[in-house]
Ligand binder design. Structure first.
Ligand code: EPU
Length: 422
């Protein structure tokens, strides 16, 4: 349970390069399960969630060779189809092995993810979609058990454009017999990235990245080589941190089209946003202006930005209103911001943020990946030294977080917890 000590008052300044997208790399790694032979996934962020996924794949029998940010994944032999509880508990995104295992092996057992600090995280949409494709899905002893000798293509309309449900169904449909049409599919760029990888493996997919995806099932896939797209959530985190600290940060390797709405909101907050050869430059002079925002599935403002924008608006001039529409419990971390002197009231899925001049350092916790990043940003805007506990959450999703902060001029120090063996 590492702690990060963040000295307040720094103004972030410089260039930061974003890593590959966590929420793409995890699915690309899972997809490698579907093609016998050796696939390569490049630009994988060096974060603990990807290490958990690698461990999971090894558990299934995949040979994993990592060299820097490149993973060679040899799925010639898949010998186990059970995603164990210890790994799923460490990373709820493990549910994305369900579709690939079922499609490749005709059977999958995945420990049920359960709830966490951002909500209940049900998997009903994954289950119903697979059932539409002819799978038998049940729950036993805390595991989701799915079986289908061969999945059949089917029309599927999602009640909600869930990201991982879309991905699971897309991967399952690729090896199904016949055509699947997923309507009300999630449109996140990571889904188009996954479809690109699957297509280079021989899948036939049209419309990925739009709300209707059509998949013509094929009998088998070939291994392929793919480079993960850049992490838009990491890029947005640095952009918001630049604004919060009244800094001047150039985010290199970001894809501005993936950040359109966020950037327009940062402009509303007073930032000067420009694109140059080095990347996306965000400059903030003077106090952040209050602004309202609403989280929505892509292309709306990602729910993952919500805690980060709240930390930024905590010291804005005026009152802002945030509306969280994606996860029902994603305001739990607000209590930590209150401990730092923020003036925020939540009511259902709305939050009213009355900007204060300055936050004051306090010991706080990182409740999840994004709330953790938000606490660090709040620490940068606070008077004194903020101690952020449970930094392992941040390590799940951000590569070299504090090294990048330091290069941008922040003063941070990690205290690692020493594990005492009995
Ligand atoms: N939902 C259901 N039933 C389902 C699936 C989802 O009701 O079967 C509901 C959820 O409870 C939630 C909403 O649908 O209220 C959206 O959930 P979604 O399934 O889209 O989220 P996810 O696939 O579990 C991914 C990202 C999250 C990101 C969300 C929303 C991955 C591994 N995770 O989660 O990323 O917040 O989409 O964009 O792709 C993070 O990176 O820190 C993170 C939490």
């Amino acid at each position: 349970m590492d702690r990060l000590f963040v000295t307040g008052g720094a103004r972030l300044d410089g260039i930061v390069r974003v890593a590959g997208a966590k929420n793409s790399a995890l699915k690309l790694m899972a997809a490698s399960l579907m093609a016998p032979g050796r696939s390569t996934v490049r630009n994988v962020p060096r974060i603990s969630d990807c290490a958990v996924m690698a461990e999971m794949l090894e558990h299934f029998g995949v040979e994993v060779i990592q060299e820097g940010d490149t993973f060679a994944l040899d799925a010639s032999d898949v010998v186990d189809v059970e995603a164990p509880h210890e790994l799923v508990r460490a990373m709820r995104a493990s549910i994305v092995v369900l579709g690939p295992l079922l499609a490749r092996c005709g059977r999958a057992r995945v420990s049920l993810p359960g709830g966490d600090e951002i909500g209940a995280r049900p998997v009903d949409l994954h289950v119903r979609g697979l059932e539409r494709m002819g799978a038998t899905v049940g729950a036993e002893h805390g595991f989701l058990v799915a079986e289908a000798a061969r999945l059949r293509g089917a029309p599927i309309t999602l009640d909600y454009p869930s990201v991982t449900a879309t991905e699971n169904l897309l991967m399952a449909a690729v090896l199904a017999k016949g055509t699947t049409v997923i309507d009300n599919a999630a449109r996140e760029p990571e889904i188009a990235d996954l479809a690109m990888f699957l297509t280079s493996m021989g899948a036939r997919i049209a419309g990925a990245g739009s709300s209707t995806i059509e998949i013509d099932g094929v009998d088998a896939l070939e291994p392929a080589d793919h480079t993960t797209l850049p992490d838009r959530i990491e890029a947005g985190t640095w952009a918001a941190a630049a604004v919060a600290t009244r800094g001047d940060v150039t985010v290199s390797n970001a894809v501005p089209e993936h950040l359109e709405l966020l950037l327009s909101k940062l402009s509303d907050a007073g930032a000067a946003v420009s694109f140059g050869d080095d990347g996306l430059r965000i400059r903030q002079e003077g106090r952040v202006r209050a602004m309202d925002f609403v989280t929505l599935p892509y292309p709306g403002i990602a729910t993952d930005f919500q805690p980060i924008l709240m930390a930024m608006l905590a010291t804005a001039d005026g009152t802002s209103i945030a509306t969280e529409n994606v996860f029902e419990a994603r305001f739990l971390y607000v209590g930590e911001l209150l401990r730092m002197g923020a003036d925020i009231r939540t009511e259902g899925h709305h939050a009213v943020i009355r900007g204060v001049e300055r936050l004051s350092a306090a010991p706080v916790r990182a409740l999840d990946i994004r709330a953790g990043a938000a606490m660090v940003i709040a620490g940068l805007c606070a008077e004194g030294v903020t101690e952020v506990a449970d930094m392992q959450h941040v390590d799940r999703g951000y590569e070299d977080f504090e090294a990048k902060l330091e290069r941008l001029g922040a003063e941070v120090r990690r205290e690692r917890e020493l594990v005492t063996l009995p």
